[in-house]
Design a protein around this ligand. Sequence first.
Ligand code: V0V
Ligand code: CO
Length: 142
Amino acid sequence: MLTRIDHIGIACFDLDKTVEFYRATYGFEVFHTEINEEQGVREAMLKINGTSDGGASYLQLLEPTREDSTVAKWLAKNGEGVHHIAFGTEDVLGDSEAIRGKGVRVLYDQPRTGSMGSQITFLHPKDCGGVLTELVTSHPEH
Ligand code: V0V
Ligand code: CO
């Protein structure tokens, strides 16, 4: 069951500059940063809701690490902006298989590693009204 918005992914050319915009404009601080080589992104997670029960939501700021990455490709075509939304679930594999059964393309057969040790998969934007949609099961610590 999808129970919350885990994060909104925002693509940018310059992560440091974008982090500074969110800090100076809204007062959001960086909660976590990492490089995900498989996904070709350097990312910063800004925690928006402060609950400590695993129900937090984040903004995920994404800068491409290589030109052939999905985010680099998307930026070249669209410029900066909202890249994807991510729903949180306790069971990313079970939920994605159920959604696949409804005729929506799920991009991975097995969930992959996402931010902060999470398990993630994606639904094809062309089957979701133009919205690249991610499903996330957080690491138990988060
Ligand atoms: C592409 N399209 C999008 C889109 N990306 N539509 C809405 N939102 C997006 N973000 C559209 C694009 O405009 C094309 O439409 C069509 O889909 C095919 O796109 P393409 O440019 O030819 O690119 P593809 O087919 O090579 O790749 C598109 C997909 C790819 C969605 C398959 O981006 C993908 O595998 N995404 C999942 C992985 C990902 O995005 N990772 C980065 C975030 P027209 O022009 O044909 O109409 S990593 C992350 O979130 C992490 C680590 C985390 O949360 O922990
Ligand atoms: Co994401």
